[in-house]
Design a protein around this ligand. Structure first.
Ligand SMILES: Nc1ncnc2c1ncn2[C@@H]1O[C@H](COP(=O)(O)OP(=O)(O)OP(=O)(O)O)[C@@H](O)[C@H]1O
Ligand SMILES: [Mg+2]
Length: 330
């Protein structure tokens, strides 16, 4: 039995998995307070993790019908993310592992988003490509072996795809978190109504979303407030189509350049129906986890922990958080 803990951003998450990777429970305590500020406030996130994490751990154990004494290891997200938020998860995980006398495993958050695809319910093993498109990262990993030692085929040169959804939603006055709200708004709109840029000038499998965001800003400004509001669904649908087209084009290029045909899809943007459909319609052999394992959750951290080693006792105690992507997320 593995207890996994994830606190890299504003979700306090705990999950219980068996050592063969079956998820017995996955609990996500979301901090809705951040929508008041239009984005995550790091200090507030850390304070809320302090309040939420232990009850979330208790609920994960209860839903898995086990007690602390049944645990055999603890897995925790080490980074990248908000350091104050990560430290709450790390301290909790260290305390539990030390108190129970069981090993601790440190997991990279992006490795978690990749490993989520092992929870898709279909057989998946390397080699495969993985499009990770989340709030802070967008990259295509070429996974040749289990674990986080993938090579990066393409990455964003500016914003992440999830960030593009969030910023677009903010420009359209839809609120936070923007991805699901923009997707909802786009359902009633025409994706061909506005011709937003697809980063044609960016070669290979790299991404760029900054120009797209600016283009939406200008379109809204040129329309004026009343017309922009009246045409919000068309703007959302066209904006979403531009993001999806770019994802599809870059993944297609990555498949062509690597010869690896199976593509996993992880991170919050993988919850987007249009993105899933677009990739499938382009003939990509897509493996995508259930939506609850696309956005942040601890089940993916527990699953990733099957691919990393136990930390030696000293290293477990001195384990520190890191804020930015390491080699795994270049
Ligand atoms: N249905 C959706 N359509 C589009 N985007 C979505 C959808 N659901 C969530 N997102 C986006 O996914 C992002 C959140 O995903 P995730 O929780 O993986 O990101 P994060 O953990 O904040 O960032 P990272 O994983 O890079 O550290 C947000 O930007 C959100 O807008
Ligand atoms: Mg994430």
């Amino acid at each position: 039995m593995i207890l996994a803990i994830e606190t890299s951003c504003d979700d306090s998450c705990a999950a219980v998995l068996t050592s063969s990777g079956d998820v017995l429970s996955s609990v996500v305590g979301s901090q809705v307070i951040h929508d008041l500020y239009g984005g995550v406030v790091p200090e507030i996130a850390a304070r809320h993790h302090l309040e939420l994490l232990l009850p979330v751990v208790e609920r994960a154990l209860a839903e898995a019908s086990i007690g602390l004494a049944d645990l055999e290891s603890v897995a925790v997200t080490q980074g990248p993310g908000l350091v104050g938020a990560l430290l709450v998860g790390l301290a909790t995980a260290k305390g539990l592992a030390a108190g129970l006398g069981i090993p601790l495993r440190a997991v990279d958050h992006l490795h978690g988003h990749v490993a989520a695809s092992y929870l898709a319910g279909v057989p998946l093993e390397p080699p495969f490509l993985c499009l990770v498109a989340s709030g802070g990262h967008t990259l295509i990993a070429n996974v040749q072996e289990p674990g986080p030692n993938w090579s990066v085929v393409g990455t964003t040169i500016d914003d992440a795809a999830g960030e593009a959804f969030d910023k677009g939603a903010r420009i359209l006055g839809l609120g936070y978190p923007g991805g699901p709200l923009l997707e909802e708004q786009a359902k009633a709109g025409d994706p061909d109504a506005f011709d937003f840029p697809r980063a044609k000038g960016v070669a290979g499998a790299d991404f760029s979303f900054a120009g797209l965001k600016t283009s939406l800003l200008y379109a809204v400004r040129d329309l004026g407030e009343a017309d922009a509001t009246a045409r919000r669904a068309d703007l959302a649908a066209s904006y979403q189509a531009a993001i999806v087209d770019q994802l599809v084009e870059r993944v297609t290029r990555a498949v062509d350049s690597t010869g690896v045909s199976v593509v996993a899809f992880g991170g919050g943007v993988a919850a987007n129906s249009s993105a899933r459909l677009g990739l499938t319609a382009a003939g990509i052999k897509l493996v995508v986890p259930p939506r609850k394992y696309c956005t942040d959750n601890a089940a993916m951290i527990g699953r990733a922990s099957l691919e990393v080693q136990d930390l030696p006792h000293d290293a477990a105690f001195s384990l520190d958080a890191y804020s930015t992507a390491t080699r795994a997320g270049r």
